[in-house]
Ligand binder design. Structure first.
Ligand SMILES: [Zn+2]
Length: 322
């Protein structure tokens, strides 16, 4: 048990990334990647995943009892069936846990949302390793999120909690209180309006830069904000405040005081943070201090968290008998 081998996989739109890690030391023993074409059928993806597991076991010199899998999308918890996934449409309607287990002699396969496993990974071996509780936000095309409370992944009764990117921070105009203009760009594909991701994702930052007449290349924008106290710094400060608005909701609801920011636009955290901390100081319930730190595991966070999931052995959630 002391040297138990854990294996995690992270399903992306064009590849499966995976790795093996020692359960007790957290040492990464092997990493590997299996690319596939976007239009391959689910069976091909499943057999690539099983091959990847066997390759990782051979490289790490052991055998995993269970396999953890992270994948973007919504799942039916009891069966591990993908209900919706924008990145992997060919997997919709398929049971990920059964499909991957098919090539692995019936070993148990646990499935979890990709942002949730990334949060679980960062809290185990990354930026949150000294904390019991934290939230991860990934600032990419959208805003992914995951919440870890007291060393456990918090997914809620239906398994879909932690969608921090879709908390509303900008109210829809609706009468005398919210009498501002309706902003088309704040309408979210999720059906809501004013979601955090419509204001602080990489796509939102580019849109806001263009609206301010600035270069929409985000690394260039971030560098300009570091270099001078000009319009770029003011924009980053504003976006940072909006990020803080989303985080303040988590402070109030969960008493979380440690936040980890990842994703491509997370590289600009140093220039977002002053605004984020300013807003958190103004607008949160309670008086404890908060910290906002960059993610440290990069694209390994997902498979590392999936591997950890296999250690905790959390079964797919659902009512007994379903
Ligand atoms: Zn939304």
């Amino acid at each position: 048990m002391a040297d138990q081998l854990l294996i995690g996989l992270d399903f992306g739109g064009m590849s499966i990334k995976g790795g093996a890690v020692n359960a007790s030391s957290g040492e990464v023993l092997a990493r590997a990647l299996r690319p596939f074409a976007a239009d391959v059928p689910a069976d091909v993806i499943f057999s690539r995943a099983a091959e990847l597991v066997l390759e990782l076991e051979s490289a790490a010199g052991g055998r995993a009892q269970r396999i953890g899998v992270g994948c973007a999308g919504l799942f039916d918890r009891p069966t591990g069936t993908v209900l919706a996934s924008a990145n992997m449409p060919n997997l919709v309607g398929e049971s990920l846990s059964e499909g991957v287990a098919r090539g692995l002699e019936g070993r148990e396969v646990l499935v979890e949302n990709d942002a949730n496993v990334a949060a679980f990974g960062e809290q185990w071996l990354g930026a949150g390793r000294t904390e019991d509780s934290m939230a991860l936000l990934t600032l990419g095309t959208g805003v992914g999120g995951g919440i870890v409370l007291a060393d456990e992944l918090f997914v809620g009764p239906g398994g879909n909690a932690g969608e921090i990117g879709h908390t509303v921070i900008f109210p829809k105009p609706s009468g005398s209180y919210y009498d501002g203009a309706y902003h088309e760009e704040l309408a979210c594909p999720c059906g809501s309006y004013g979601c955090l991701e419509r204001l602080v994702s990489a796509s939102a930052a580019k849109r806001r830069a263009r609206a301010a007449g600035l270069d929409d290349d985000l690394p260039v924008l971030a560098q300009a904000a570091r270099d001078a106290d000009g319009p770029e710094r003011r924009l980053m400060h504003e976006i940072g405040r909006d990020l803080g608005s989303g985080l303040s909701t988590l402070v109030t609801l969960f008493d979380i005081s440690f936040f980890v920011i990842g994703g491509g636009f997370g590289a600009a955290l140093d220039v977002l943070r002053p605004g984020t901390e300013e807003l958190l100081a103004e607008q949160r319930y309670g008086s404890g201090s908060t910290r906002v730190e960059p993610a440290t595991l990069g694209s390994d966070a997902g498979w590392i968290g999936a591997a950890r999931l296999s250690l905790t052995g959390a079964a797919p959630r659902g009512r007994p008998g379903n």
